[in-house]
Design a protein around this ligand. Structure first.
Ligand SMILES: NC(=O)c1ccc[n+]([C@@H]2O[C@H](COP(=O)([O-])OP(=O)(O)OC[C@H]3O[C@@H](n4cnc5c(N)ncnc54)[C@H](OP(=O)(O)O)[C@@H]3O)[C@@H](O)[C@H]2O)c1
Length: 266
């Protein structure tokens, strides 16, 4: 990717996470990256986060752009993609939730490789889970390019675009589901008479430790069984969660988020 200029349009949470991941992994060098960000205060932050990266408020006619990452809010994505193509982009990777490949291709015109992706916020700490789908003019090389960008901040799977709404509802929104579980456990600990400060530390570590166990690859059902002896304390707690239909609640939550992603895209 060296010597071609990668422009990131939108330097918010996700845009900055991608720039950070790319620089840290060495996939791109700072002088080959430009960030276009409309908010002045944010431009200052980005400038100090990424020394050597050009941070601008808009393209000027002399700016070069070989490839672009579209990291603005969904309603702004098509216009941002069109602006990038006008500046020369031949490849466009969009992470805007719900914005379809058809919409992006219409904005970009023929001959531009469009890749649509759904990352998630753990990308901010290099532990994201992303799915990508290529458009009509995206070759395997273009999709591998997008994969290497998102791969700098976590794992990437290739899917058909039709699966992206469900992935949005599962892993795109998923961090919020888990944070809700963390909030609920903290409140439960406080209700049980423990101090909030201590409970926050304990629950944070509960998630860190449990994630690390899960990351080792054993199925979650095995890990759960490991701490659930018959008629023991965990069994008593799990019985309540099952009786309250926790699994059905998550199933419905993912379906609702998937539907909403579809609605936003249409
Ligand atoms: N956060 C997530 O969990 C998540 C997960 C997957 C995908 N995404 C997608 O990632 C995209 C970015 O999300 P985010 O959380 O990083 O949003 P964000 O923090 O709001 O960042 C977007 C930034 O881009 C700026 N901007 C808007 N239009 C622009 C333009 N035309 N040129 C340059 N800068 C522009 C915004 O300014 P203003 O505030 O003035 O608009 C804002 O500072 C969204 O499309 C979202 O759907 C997010």
């Amino acid at each position: 990717m060296s010597q071609s200029i990668l422009v990131v349009i939108g330097g918010g949470n996700m845009g900055a996470a991608l720039v950070g991941g790319l620089l840290e992994s060495g996939a791109v060098a700072a002088p080959d990256v430009v960030v276009v960000e409309v908010v002045a205060a944010r431009r200052e932050v980005l400038g100090s986060m990424f020394p050597g990266v050009r941070v601008i408020d808009a393209f000027t006619p002399t700016d070069r752009c070989d490839a672009a990452i579209i990291a603005v809010k969904p309603p702004d994505a098509a216009v941002a993609a069109a602006v990038a193509v006008k500046a020369g982009a031949r490849r466009v990777l969009s992470i805007a939730a719900g914005v379809t490949i058809a919409t992006l291709e219409q904005a970009c015109g023929r001959g531009v490789a469009v890749v649509r992706a759904m990352p998630n916020t753990p990308a901010l700490v290099g532990a994201g889970a992303s799915a990508i789908a290529g458009g009509n003019d995206a070759t395997d090389v273009d999709i591998a390019w997008a994969e290497s960008i998102l791969g700098s901040v976590g794992i990437v799977v290739r899917v058909d675009e039709s699966q992206l709404d469900a992935i949005t509802g599962l892993t795109g929104s998923g961090p919020a589901y888990l944070f809700l579980v963390a909030e609920s456990l903290i409140d439960a600990g406080v209700n049980a008479g423990l101090s909030r400060d201590m409970v926050e530390d304990l629950v944070r570590q509960l998630f860190v430790g449990s994630s690390q166990l899960l990351a080792q690859g054993r199925p979650p059902s095995d890990l759960r069984a490991q701490v659930t002896s018959p008629n023991g304390t965990t069994a008593a707690g799990i019985a309540v969660l099952e009786a309250r239909a926790l699994r059905a609640a998550f199933d419905e939550a993912v379906s609702a988020a998937t539907r909403r992603s579809r609605e936003l895209g249409s």
